[in-house]
Design a protein around this ligand. Structure first.
Ligand code: HEC
Length: 156
């Protein structure tokens, strides 16, 4: 009996870091967010700055689980408005795809190549990390990604 318990524990010990890696490293994502903050802040509804940033792009607080193009007071491009109308509610996976190439992402989802987003930035690597960081500051992350995100937002 003992050996099987140890075998299980060993398997879990190996599996956990691998899973964490797949889902992104939020601590590294916080550093990577430096690339975003020229244009984006993360500010909670009570006015607390998680990350002070620019206003070129919308506030990214709560972005996981939020409808695309729906931050009140921000003037989005038609591309982001159409994306929201097409039913996009940001999941961690979708966000990673979007920040890799915003225009291509919208074109694939909405099916209109003439739509151009106002985001002129593409992220070539560590997308999952930055998304894991965003998920940490998204109270609705659990609803968007199946699983126990509400309990452990950092890993989603
Ligand atoms: C040069 C400025 C700039 C940078 C850098 C930038 N963004 Fe953006 N971002 C924008 C703008 C502008 C929009 C609004 C797009 C539109 O309306 O077409 C946007 C939109 C978004 C959206 C959609 C928000 C919503 O409410 O639907 C997400 C998510 C996003 N950006 C994430 C990021 C992340 C993560 C990074 C860093 C990896 C980043 N952006 C870097 C300017 C930027």
């Amino acid at each position: 009996m003992k050996t099987s318990i140890y075998a299980t524990l060993a398997a879990v010990a190996f599996a956990l870091p691998a899973m964490a890696q797949d889902m992104g490293d939020a601590a590294n994502g916080e550093k990577e967010f430096r690339k975003c903050k020229a244009c984006h802040m993360i500010q909670s509804p009570d006015g607390t700055d998680v990350v002070k940033g620019g206003k070129v792009g919308p506030n990214l607080y709560g972005i996981v689980g939020r409808k695309a193009g729906s931050q009140e007071g921000f003037k989005y491009s038609d591309a982001l408005v159409k994306l929201g109308e097409a039913g996009e509610v940001w999941t961690t996976e979708d966000l990673a795809g979007y920040i890799t190439d915003p225009n291509k992402y919208v074109e694939e989802k909405v099916g209109d190549p003439s739509l151009k987003t106002k985001m002129t930035f593409k992220m070539a690597k560590n997308q999952a990390d930055v998304v894991a960081f965003l998920a940490q500051h998204s109270p609705d992350a659990g609803a968007a990604s199946a699983g126990d995100a509400a309990e452990k937002p950092a890993t989603n």
